[in-house]
Design a protein around this ligand. Structure first.
Ligand code: ASP
Length: 344
């Protein structure tokens, strides 16, 4: 009898250890853009669709992490779902440039070795985040732009589409509205409207998508994908494809993706600054995020937010706007999705 109990005890210990090994905590956090997102301007139907699509994206990434997949893979799989949805300003449903084109930017970073890949101003790549990964893994470079990036895409197995694929009526109307406003204030001090960001527009939101993941091997990764800003011109590129501004990942500190008024995020080197505050100053993730998003950016007048993860699985979803589409899963948990500031 004693012998039997000892065997059962040993078996239980081994099972518990194996479970712990396999079940190291993993987590995934995403955003779908920040801005003046107010409940009074939202239809229940639209809100439902957005929440459902974000939950779907989280579940896809969660499945990758659950089977021991890499953080980078989880980020790509998750962002592809959001790029394919016309609800967000990335891939299909991207905003229009001044000339009526969809020019997209994306980036991906691996926290294991600080490898990174980014593309800017692509117009035929169905999923820009997949091309960012190809740049990271299969080129000697970090960032490729425009036709060169698409030429590189043609040497890889990347799905290309006609430019019309990205077009949605809603984004087209947003451009028309921005063009009218621009015309009306041509002389104006209203440079901001010229870049498509108008704080007085109640429907204003950015709609960029981003993700940060911690995999069961303890590695961090982050990625971001966007159409940029409505009515952008002159091949304007925002923060999303800029490593250190819109995206950063380092196993020594954190992984994060940003969304907001990109010019400010580039100037404040938002993504890297938050990680650096953790690594060099010993701040917690939330302290670092507050420092940059709630203090530094606010002082500069830069609106937006971030989603981020540290290697212990702590999550930050910090923004200085009225709302940010955001959500996360931790291990097997059901997706948690939030939109408004008041939901915290
Ligand atoms: N940060 C993006 C850009 O400036 C826009 C966004 O996040 O919605 O291009």
């Amino acid at each position: 009898m004693r012998y039997l109990l000892a065997v059962i005890f040993i078996l239980l210990t081994i099972t518990a250890q194996a479970h712990e090994e396999k079940g190291k905590p993993y987590a995934l956090v995403i955003h779908g853009g920040a801005g003046t997102i107010l409940k009074k301007n939202m239809t229940p139907q639209k809100e439902r669709s957005i929440r459902a699509k974000m939950a779907e994206a989280l579940r896809m990434g969660q499945a990758v992490l659950d089977r021991g997949g890499m953080a980078t893979e989880a980020v790509v799989v998750t962002l592809k779902v959001l790029e394919d949805s016309p609800l967000f300003n990335a891939g299909r449903g991207a905003v229009f440039t001044h000339e009526g084109r969809n020019e997209m930017d994306a980036s991906l970073m691996d926290g294991r070795d600080l490898n990174a890949g980014a593309v800017a101003g692509v117009t035929h790549v169905k999923n820009p985040i997949t091309l960012a990964r190809e740049v990271m893994v299969h080129s000697k470079h970090v960032m490729l732009a425009g036709s060169g990036a698409e030429e590189f895409a043609s040497t890889r197995n990347i799905e290309m589409v006609d430019a019309g694929y990205f077009r949605t009526e809603k984004r087209w109307q947003q451009l028309q509205k921005a063009l009218q406003k621009e015309k009306a204030s041509i002389e104006a001090e209203n440079q901001i409207a010229a870049l498509g960001y108008d704080p007085e527009d109640p429907d204003q939101k950015f709609g960029t998508v981003g993700a940060a993941a911690l995999d069961s091997h303890g590695n961090l990764a982050a990625g971001t994908s966007t159409g940029g800003m409505t009515n952008k011109r002159w091949n304007r590129i925002g923060d999303s494809p800029v490593i250190g501004a819109g995206t950063y990942a380092d196993n020594n500190s954190c992984a994060l993706s940003a969304t907001g008024h990109g010019e400010y995020f580039i100037r404040a080197a938002v993504a890297h600054s938050i990680c650096a505050l953790m690594e060099y100053k010993g701040l917690t993730l939330q302290q670092a995020a507050d420092e940059i998003i709630m203090k530094k950016l606010v002082k500069m007048g830069g609106e937006g937010g971030i989603v981020a993860l540290d290697r212990d699985g702590n999550i930050s979803m910090t923004f200085n706007t009225e709302g940010m589409y955001r959500g996360y899963v931790k291990g097997h948990s059901e997706p948690v999705i939030k939109i408004y500031k008041t939901e915290d």
